[in-house]
Structures are given as C-alpha cells and as structure tokens.
Design a protein around this ligand. Structure first.
Ligand code: C5P
Length: 409
C-alpha cells in the first residue's frame, strides 16, 4: 500500500480548492529514473485542479512506468520518440504550447544534455524550443548528484532562467542514504503553482523598455556611440514578457523576442517614440545608454580627409528623455538607470533627485566583471525616498527578474 505523509494529504486536499491551475496546460517530461512512478500521483494532482496535462517521456522512462498508465491518468496521448506522424504539426513545437514544462524526475543525463543544447530525443527537443518556464526536478544517486559536472550543468541551467527544485536527502532507491531523492509530488505541484503565479504577475501591464547605446550620426558612415551592449534591456524585456506583460522594446538595434520591437538608433528618434507611447503604457524602463550629445550638423556626404592634423566636431546636447518624461508627471511609472565609475551611491542619490523618476537602478561600470558588455550585473535599486536595496552579483537575466519584482512589488 502507498503510504502518504500527513502533510502530503493536507496538500492534496488544499489542491482541490486551487483554482489557479484550472485550464492551464501542464507539460510533464519524465526521464528514466525510478522516481518516475511518483509522477502518476503528480498527474492526478494536476487533473484534480482542472489542468490539462500532457506527458512526454524519454525512451528510458518507459522502463519504469508504462505509457498506458500515463495515458489513462493524463487522459491524453503520451508523447515519446516515435515517428508515427498523426498531424502535420511537429510534435516538439506543438508541445511547447503549454504554460509550464516540468521535467521530473530529471536524470543527470537529461540535465547534462539540456545544459549543452543537445536535442537527441523528443523531450530534449521540446525543452530546447520551450519559451515558458521550465522546472527541473532532479533525482539521482548521491554520488551522481555531487558530481561537479552535474552541479556545473545545473548552475548553467539556473543562470539561463530554468527553475530547479533541488532533491531531498533520505533513503534512496539504490539502498543508500543521502541527497538525491526527488521531491514529493505535492512539493513539485506547489512549486509549479508558485512559478505560474509569479510568471503571471505582470499580466495586464504594458511596459516600454529602452535598450542599447544610441548611435549619433556624424555622416552616412560614421557615428558616436558607447559601450552599452543592450543585454540588460533585453533581459528586462524577455522577463517582463514571460511574467505576462505586454512589452515594447525600443532599442538601438534589432532584437528577437516575443515582444514588439521598435528600432530607434538615435536619441532623438528614441525620444519621439518613448514620448508617443508614454500614455499608453504603465511603466517605462530606460535601460538604454542615451548619448548626452550629438553632432550639431549631420553631413549628408561622407566627410573627406583633409590635410589638417585635427578635426573639430561641434556637439549639441541631446534631450534628456528620462528627465523630460519624469517632469511630465503622468501616471506612468518611470525607471532610470545610472552607470557610474566612482561614488556610485552618492551619484545615484543625486541623479534620482535630478531626474525625478520613481526608481533608479545604479551599477558600477568601473568593475570589469559586471555592467557594460558583461553577462552579469550587481545593482542598487533606489526609490524616491532614497531607500536603497542591493541586488547581489548575478546573471543579467536573474537581475532583470528581481528588478521587475522589486518595482512592481
Ligand atoms: O544622466 P545619465 O546619462 O547618467 O542618466 C542615465 C539615465 O538617463 C538612463 O536611464 C538613460 O536611459 C537616461 N538618459 C536619457 N536621456 C539622455 C541621457 C540619459 O533618458 N540624454
């Protein structure tokens, strides 16, 4: 007889009342581990909450649990690596039309392949094409769990925005005690509800984000720009979109993503676009590095080299978009960025007062390991009352998530 922990039973009962999952499309990926049998209970939990469950398995998973069981519980066809094409739609793409992908149990093998972009089965191909949240629930023997390659692969996945529900320690199927036991179905269920709730917390919001260094044209082939990569702005746009917001990215370059992208290479073009959209959005995040100056006179012909050893370009001030839109005092929440190479906090405090925005995200560009062009960042969030919150060094993806959580708390 299957023994259920009392807290597990409570959670199942609570789950029945959970309306959050009603109508949600849950995709469960099962890999070849003994914990696969527990996924039958997980499927029941989702079904009882009114969710639609689809299951994709690796070939090895079917050694532990049968297709017929999974099919009967999920009341859906179970997908595996067969090439009996019933539909014109490629299966791994059709499966991505789900709200969350839960890979449980996730074997060391599947974790390693995922972290390295390998797609040699349907489950992996689906994960590779999946744009919504993916929850990895590892289960393996303690020695495998502690293997540095496995830990590196998990770290890599974490940094790319995958959610990891780390294993428990306890009695393992291989007869030993240690870390590696898959978390119980109720814990997986609760974690998925938490992710879906968070994931949706910007639903109904319209957010405009600027990104990249502006390119102030000198002549048809030359321009003045700066070292901004635009990575922070893109991370904000992707995360805001994944959290349910309707996003417009106004960037100095073309960017791929499930959001509207308006390309505005110069500060003046950016100003026109941001101002024209200001009243349509709930929030503007000015992550772009806008050039403070532009050349006074653009030369429509390429400027020729002369015999002179020097050349003078006269510059004029660009509009300060952040200050101008803050001065308009609309209901739109306005967030600025500040990149400082010294006295970060003092300068940031002065800047938020001068600009009048609601929040200012300050980062130190004197450090080589964070900020401009780097994949990581460490920032301070200042609000109008000069409260300061530090977000410790992390990937720009995770920093973006936390900035959005802080400003829309
Ligand atoms: O004054 P500073 O350039 O340090 O301010 C940075 C912040 O102001 C960023 O959010 C940037 O997008 C914005 N900014 C702007 N217009 C400018 C210069 C900066 O909106 N001309």
């Amino acid at each position: 007889m299957l023994y259920l922990k009392p807290e597990f039973v409570t959670s199942i009962l609570l789950s029945y009342n959970d309306t959050m999952l009603k109508g949600k499309n849950i995709l469960i990926g099962i890999t070849g581990g003994i914990a696969a049998y527990k996924i039958c209970t997980l499927i029941r939990l989702y079904k009882k909450s009114g969710a639609n469950v689809r299951v994709v398995v690796t070939p090895n998973a079917l050694n532990f649990v049968t297709k017929l069981t999974l099919q009967s519980l999920s009341q859906n066809e179970v997908f595996s690596d067969c090439f009996e094409i019933n539909d014109y739609k490629p299966e791994h793409i059709a499966l991505t039309e789900s709200d969350i992908f839960i890979i449980a149990p996730a074997s060391a093998n599947t974790i390693g392949k995922l972290a390295n972009g390998i797609c040699d089965n349907l489950l992996l191909s689906t994960a590779c094409a999946f744009k919504k949240p993916i929850l990895i629930v590892p289960a393996m023997n303690t020695n495998m769990w502690e293997n540095p390659f496995v830990q590196d692969n998990l770290e890599k996945l974490k940094n790319c925005g995958f959610h990891i529900l780390e294993p428990d320690s306890g009695f393992l199927a291989c007869g030993t005690n240690g870390t590696g036991r898959m978390r119980e179905p109720d814990e997986i269920y609760d974690k998925s509800v938490e992710i879906l709730t968070k994931n949706n917390f910007l639903s109904g919001k319209k957010i405009l984000i600027t990104a990249g260094g502006t390119k102030e044209k000198i002549d048809p082939v030359r321009y003045i720009t700066n070292a901004s990569s635009g990575k922070m702005g893109i991370a904000l746009a992707r995360n805001a979109q994944q959290m349910g917001a309707e996003v417009t990215l106004v960037s100095t370059f073309n960017a791929d993503g499930d959001f509207e992208n308006i390309v505005t290479p110069t500060a003046q073009e950016m100003e026109t676009t941001v101002k024209s959209k200001l009243n349509e959005v709930d929030c503007v995040i000015m992550a772009a590095a806008v050039s403070d100056f532009r050349v006074k006179e653009y030369s429509s012909q390429k400027i020729k080299k002369t015999s002179s050893d020097t050349m003078t370009l006269e510059l004029v001030k660009n509009p300060d978009i952040l200050k101008e839109i803050s001065d308009l005092k609309t209901n739109t929440k306005i967030i600025g960025f500040c990149a400082e190479s010294e006295n970060l906090i003092e300068n940031a405090k002065e800047k938020i007062k001068a600009k009048g925005c609601d929040f200012l995200i300050a980062n130190d560009i004197s450090r080589k390991d964070i900020g401009f062009n780097s994949d990581e960042n460490e920032v301070y969030i200042l609000d109008k009352a000069l409260n300061i919150k530090k977000l410790d060094k992390d990937t720009k993806n995770n920093i973006a998530k936390r900035i959005l959580e802080e400003i829309f708390e």
